[in-house]
Design a protein. Structure first.
Length: 467
């Protein structure tokens, strides 16, 4: 691959790329994505170092990482830390640093890949969206073109370069580790003809047909007993002043992250079920016993014509109401019965038992049977969060929950007549919205949140419902 192509990849990558002088810590080169991430221009960053961006309390992580690389010979290290942007806001980033050494083995440069990790620190919001590639390569990068070649080889992220016939030209060491195939085995072969089993090869074909930057999440089986879940960034590369003639793919292994996020949600659900069971089996039963005792006391005082009888009756009534509230709360925490009609039943209970003063209605005609209990639980939690947010943020007085199915796709929609316009502005940072988005992703669905013409909000989740 030509040097211009390496420079184009550096600039067009969807993540922040930097090259830092090891001795001084100052930035030598940054791409546009890094400029957008920090809010500074390239000229401003050239006068700065990573220390100027990093919060002082996070500097210890950098020091430990460098000790790991220098003392133990680790090729690279990854940390999460906070940057202060030019406008004063603080963001979390995932920074992977790789030492580039000279022929004597002495460190000369640091190659960095910086990814916006803010969503990860706001209740599992999905990591970043696709970043749009910017412009052609800068001619001023000619003097460091060799360093870009080294950057690709030393990159801690798998990088694949394809020509205009989708044949492999670049297959860096991280790609070898990821797929278990050496560069010599794959060079010159078409990507989809390699012995890799993609769950959806049509997704890869779509990525390679586009002339714009794009991203996709796909699963691949390098061996029958090994599955990888990948986030792939695709950008066309080109020579200066020429049309695109191939693609560069940047592949991030999301397998462990997705596993941990799923395990976290499952742990939360198990804990909710435990609490619901405790409420139902213990607290509600104890309250019920207290209600019987209070009722017996009321009868006894009433027979004795005691002036305290009325208060004892009120106490018995209050405890009975508390028993019902405890049971309703337990059903709200652990609502889905393990059958195909469980989601409809749980949504009906949500509409009937939410004590808010608002009018909440479920419409589901004809009935919709969701066959997966796990999917049902995720969809119910989305509806539950949407109703809660509508009451808390929008101060809605009417909420309509719709459940419908067409052509194998089920649509859940929660609409409210809220009047707080600020709610729509807050949605991007609302923790509950982030959790709803992740739950939709977990069932391979799509979530959209749109304002209505009368000031309310529509929360819509669409997902497949295989038999």
């Amino acid at each position: 691959m030509r040097e211009e192509d390496f420079r184009a990849f550096f600039e067009l990558s969807g993540v922040g790329n930097v090259l830092v002088d090891f001795a001084t810590g100052h930035f030598l080169t940054v791409n546009e994505a890094f400029c957008r991430l920090t809010g500074y221009s390239a000229a401003e960053l050239m006068q700065m170092s990573a220390t100027d961006l990093t919060l002082p309390e996070d500097m210890a992580q950098d020091v430990d990482g460098w000790h790991e690389s220098l003392d133990r010979g680790a090729p690279h290290f990854t940390i999460e830390k906070r940057y202060r942007r030019k406008d004063g806001t603080v963001i979390w980033v995932e920074a992977t640093s790789t030492l580039i050494r000279d022929e004597h083995g002495d460190p000369v440069y640091v190659a960095g890949v910086i990814i916006d990790a803010s969503a990860r620190h706001h209740a599992l919001e999905e990591i970043g969206g696709a970043r749009r590639a910017l412009g052609e390569a800068n001619a001023e990068l000619d003097e460091i073109s060799k360093k870009f070649s080294t950057l690709i080889e030393a990159s801690p992220v798998a990088i694949i370069g394809l020509d205009d016939e989708q044949r492999v030209e670049i297959w860096n060491p991280e790609a070898e580790l990821l797929f278990g195939l050496r560069e010599a085995e794959v060079r010159g072969r078409r990507l989809l003809e390699l012995p890799l089993h993609w769950d959806s090869p049509e997704t890869i074909e779509t990525l390679l047909r586009t002339t714009e930057e794009a991203r996709a999440n796909v699963a691949v089986h390098p061996t029958p007993d090994r599955k990888l879940e990948l986030e792939i960034w695709s950008a066309p590369y080109r020579s200066l002043a020429s049309a695109p003639h191939g693609h560069v793919l940047l592949l991030l292994d999301e397998t462990e992250k997705n596993f941990l996020e799923h395990a976290l949600l499952e742990a939360g659900e198990r804990e909710q079920r435990r609490i619901g069971q405790e409420l139902h089996d213990h607290l509600a039963q104890q309250l019920l016993g207290a209600a019987f005792g209070a009722q017996a006391l009321f009868k006894e005082l009433e027979r004795a014509d005691s002036p305290s009888a009325s208060r004892a009756g009120d106490l018995a009534q209050l405890i009975n109401t508390s028993v019902l509230d405890a049971r309703n709360l337990a059903r709200g925490i652990n609502p889905i019965e393990i059958d195909s009609a469980g989601l409809m039943s749980a949504l009906q209970e949500l509409a009937e038992r939410t004590h808010s003063g608002a009018q909440i209605e479920l419409r589901c005609d004809p009935p919709v049977l969701v066959h997966s209990p796990e999917t049902s639980l995720h969809v119910f939690r989305i509806a539950q969060e949407a109703v809660s947010d509508a009451l808390l943020h929008s101060h809605a007085s009417r909420i309509l929950i719709r459940l419908a199915e067409a052509s194998g796709l089920v649509t859940l929609q929660v609409s409210d007549n809220g009047t707080e316009a600020s709610y729509a502005d807050e949605k991007s940072s609302n923790i509950g919205i982030g959790i709803m988005k992740y739950r939709a992703q977990a069932i391979r669905g799509e979530l959209s949140i749109q304002p209505t013409s009368d000031g309310g909000t529509n929360v819509t989740c669409t997902f497949a419902n295989p038999a």
